[in-house]
Design a binder for this molecule. Structure first.
Ligand SMILES: C[S@@+](CC[C@H](N)C(=O)[O-])C[C@H]1O[C@@H](n2cnc3c(N)ncnc32)[C@H](O)[C@@H]1O
Length: 277
């Protein structure tokens, strides 16, 4: 089959799928399988594809039609300019989480930070991105999920980092130090809203990464309760939050000086709170 025919067939096959972008995806999938840029496909549209590539191509399209996210199919995703391993047992990093990284960079630039704790690291993208930039800061990333720990370790090895350690811990359970920075993007979706999530999220992403309890605030409360003990004086706690949780977090953090940052859609996305003397 010629390359242009494969693209056309792929396009037809995915046409009615709800959460795909067929025009972009068929090209992306084929270019990855051929290990070439998308522009190569245009110049070589009459090339005959070999059977093995075609089999893989159609098997990936079938997974996409069933809603499996591309990032899980490829086992990789891009975050803040770097490629990270991910598998179906960890949350797929969201673009909005880059706002958390920008907030953290701003704080690191303006303060003397010695150590940083992340609760609920998932694939490790946030702490690893920061550890790459700040080699003199000690990072600790914890998660309750063995899969997340394994995935984070794989990414730490990928970037050959020595200033970050990863621990299995239910919130602060296995934490012994106190920190200048505590960061978390915890599960924050209300339990009753989980059913309404799009199929790609609800059926394929781990529930452990999504469910924030009855009001979606369970993990924020737990983490805030530990700040007296685990956050150093003049330290910062930074949370990624749901678009409608800004006011709740201001209330939960009323003893702190709080700033809420917005995302590109002008919705509340990140909370920064500073602890006093
Ligand atoms: C929303 S995901 C965030 C993952 C990653 N930080 C990111 O932004 O892509 C939340 C993470 O919290 C972890 N988690 C859930 N309950 C936890 C708990 N009790 N203690 C520590 N981590 C927990 C989940 O396993 C999941 O990896």
């Amino acid at each position: 089959m010629e390359l242009n025919e494969a693209l056309k067939e792929g396009l037809n096959y995915l046409e009615d799928s709800k959460y795909t972008n067929p025009f972009f995806e068929v090209r992306l999938i084929l270019s990855r399988l051929l290990d070439k840029d998308i522009s190569y496909l245009i110049a070589h549209d009459k090339d005959i594809l070999d059977e093995k590539i075609l089999d893989e191509y159609f098997s990936i399209l079938e997974k996409r039609k069933n809603g499996v996210p591309l990032q899980y199919i490829f086992g990789e995703t891009e975050f803040f300019g770097n490629k990270f391993f991910i598998d179906e047992n960890v949350l797929i990093p969201r673009d909005d989480t880059e706002i958390s990284v920008e907030a953290l960079i701003d704080i690191f630039e303006k303060n003397s930070v010695r150590n940083s704790l992340e609760i609920g690291a998932g694939s490790g993208i946030v702490s690893i991105t920061m550890a790459m930039r700040y080699s003199d800061v000690n990072f600790t990333a914890v998660d309750i999920s063995d899969y997340a720990i394994k995935n984070t370790k794989k990414n730490i090895e990928r970037f050959n980092l020595e200033n970050i350690k990863v621990l299995k811990s239910n919130l602060y359970e296995n934490i012994e130090e106190s920190y200048d920075i505590i960061y978390s993007n915890p599960p924050y979706i209300k339990s009753k809203d989980i059913e309404e999530l799009q199929a790609e999220v609800k059926d394929y992403e781990p529930m452990l990464a999504l469910d924030g309890g009855v009001d979606g605030l369970f993990f924020y409360r737990e983490i805030i309760n530990g700040l007296d003990k685990y956050l150093n004086k003049n330290g910062y706690v930074i949370f990624e939050i749901g678009y409608d949780q800004g006011d709740d977090l201001r209330e939960l953090l009323k003893d702190y000086s709080v700033e809420v940052l917005k995302d590109l859609s002008n919705k509340d996305r990140v909370v920064i709170a500073k602890k006093g003397e």
